[in-house]
Design a binder for this molecule. Structure first.
Ligand code: BJW
Ligand code: ZN
Length: 255
């Protein structure tokens, strides 16, 4: 069965996305040609130790990225993913979360859709996706190292060095190397992956854990796994279908 038919006839669909999905919006990826890790070392910028050593340097890097993301718009890949959610939930994407529209308008019964994203840019929400698990946090949220409070902050540029009302230093509310992912979010992601009958893995290098294991879990539990990527990844070998090319070109074709 072709990927498109599989997708639309599946009952519990999970989409796992990575930086490649935002590449066509002008948001730089991490690895590969033009990737952020070509010019910057992750250990200097994306670890708690780096922030402790030089919080201004780390914030300057995030400020630069926030500025780029602020002017980025969702691309056809983001919109196609939002449309998949909408179709599976029988109406608006919001119905996927509330089940309301499905109940009222008789959309496909018993279908579920979960978007698991490693991206911190918020472009999936802007495109209309609703049931989203942001497993690596959000570039638009900050967390206080003093009181632990997490808030939305959309200032571009952000005031250097940002502080909380309690006097504590604020950090980006993203997940750095060596840090645990938000427990409830990663548990929900493993739950959805374990129960999926179809998983679409798009635009991720599949090298960062535990994100990559979500695809392996879905496969282990019997899901059909399809991958969309411009290149091969460590997940390509186990995928049931690999669609080679740009997410913004392939995804709309699945609808
Ligand atoms: C296109 C395209 C187009 C391009 N269309 N495709 C097991 C084994 C080995 C190591 C570990 C392990 N378990 C844990 C680790 C350590 C580490 C890890 O995974 N290291 C590996 C890299 C070796 N993991 C962690 O540290 C994680 N934490 C953890 O496990 O904690 C344990 C713990 C438990 C309890 C207490 C304490 C600790 C945390 C990982 C956090 C990752 N953080 C980052 C930064 C987020 C914030 C920010 O954005 O600044 O997340 S790193 C970066 O990588 C970012 C991304 O979300 C993530 C994944 O990258 P992604 O999305 O795959 O992007 P790219 O650029 O790598 O790939 C893009 C792909 O798209 C490519 O394949 C292209 O071909 C493709 N593409 N254009 C389609 N148009
Ligand atoms: Zn505080």
């Amino acid at each position: 069965m072709r990927v498109r038919e599989r997708l639309l006839s599946s009952e519990r669909v999970v989409v796992l996305t990575g930086a490649g999905v935002s590449a066509e919006s002008g948001v730089p990826t991490f690895r590969g040609e033009g990737g952020l890790w070509r010019d910057f070392r992750p250990e200097d910028l994306a670890t708690p130790q780096a922030f402790k050593r030089d919080p201004v340097l780390v914030w300057e890097w995030y400020d630069w990225r926030r500025e780029r993301v602020a002017s980025a718009r969702p691309n056809p890949a983001h919109y196609a993913i939002a449309e998949i959610e909408k179709r599976l939930s029988g109406g608006t994407a919001r119905a996927a979360k509330t089940g309301e529209k499905r109940a009222r308008h008789g959309g496909p019964p018993g279908k579920s859709f979960t978007l698991i994203t490693q991206n911190v840019d918020g472009l999936h929400s802007l495109a209309g996706s609703v049931n989203i698990l942001e497993i690596h946090g959000s570039i638009w949220r900050v967390r206080c190292l003093g009181c632990g409070r997490e808030t939305v902050n959309r200032d571009v540029p952000i005031k250097m060095l940002p502080h909380c009302a309690c006097g504590g230093v604020l950090r980006p509310a993203v997940v750095w190397f060596g840090e645990a992912l938000p427990q409830a979010v990663i548990e929900a992601a493993f739950g959805a992956s374990s129960g999926a009958d179809f998983m679409l893995v798009a635009g991720t290098s599949g090298v960062v854990e535990p994100a990559a294991s979500l695809a392996l879990r879905a496969k282990e539990r019997g899901a059909f796994v399809a991958e969309i990527n411009t290149g091969r990844t460590p997940l390509s070998g186990m995928a049931d279908a690999t669609l080679h090319g740009k997410a913004g070109e392939i995804l709309p074709g699945l609808l």
